[in-house]
Structure formats: C-alpha cells, structure tokens
Design a protein around this ligand. Sequence first.
Ligand code: THU
Length: 140
Amino acid sequence: MPAKIPAPLCRKLEKAARAAAKASYSPYSKFRVGAAVLAGSGKIYSGTNIENASYGLCNCAERTAIFTAAAAGERIVQAVAVYTPTQTATAPCGACRQVINEFGPTALVISVCNSAARLESTLDRLLPSAFGPKALRVRR
Ligand code: THU
C-alpha cells in the first residue's frame, strides 16, 4: 500500500505538475503534459513532455520527471501527479507506468486537468502483475 500522503502535499504536487506543463515542447501533438514526482527524500521533481521530429523519440512528462529525480540520486517514487490542460484527466501511458514501477511499485498516481475531473489510483492497480526488479532478483 502507498504511504498516506497528506492532502496539502498532494495539492503541492498537483501544482508542480501544472507549472511543469508550461515548458512542454509538443509542436507535433500540441498535447501539453506536466508531471511531478514526490520522491523518497520528500523533494518534488517535475517534468514535461519533450517531442522530437523523429516521433518515436518523444518523451512523456512522467518519464522526464522520474528520470530527473533518479539523476538527482532518488530511488523511491512515493507519488506522481499528471496534469493536462483538458476537460478530462489523463492517466499515464503504459510505458510510463512501467517506468514508475521501477521506483514506485505502489506509488499514488493522481491525474488532474482543467475541470474538476480527476483520477486517483495506485501504480499496482494501473499495472497489475508488473515486471520489475524482483523478476531479475535485483534488490534496490
Ligand atoms: N504524453 C505524456 O507526456 N504522458 C502520457 O502519459 C501520455 C502521452 C505525451 C507524449 C506526447 O508528447 C503527447 O503526450 C501525445 O502523445
């Protein structure tokens, strides 16, 4: 089960995800996404989607945020917030679920948007029977 994260901290995470979307580089899809990660240290790392003229190299906001956290030495993801400037909330794509699983197999995953609609789940519900470090007998 994910650790209980206080509501004010969740709001702060959502705010960071909203702010991150402002830097979105998405000239092809024009779909702006912001993400923020609450890491093991308690710090928040944010990221946005970064597209590429070679479409397959586009990087999602969630992965930008998680890789930024990991590059800073973090190895635990407690929660992820995703923001899209849409009327419905957007859940992380399959690739991002897999990447969240590496550091946050039970992380809280929140999606917010420009309406009151929101999604709240946990990574193990979004990606059941996940393939992860344990399958390779790796302890982090
Ligand atoms: N995108 C994300 O940033 N996160 C997701 O979970 C789904 C998709 C981005 C990738 C691409 O830049 C754009 O949204 C359209 O797929």
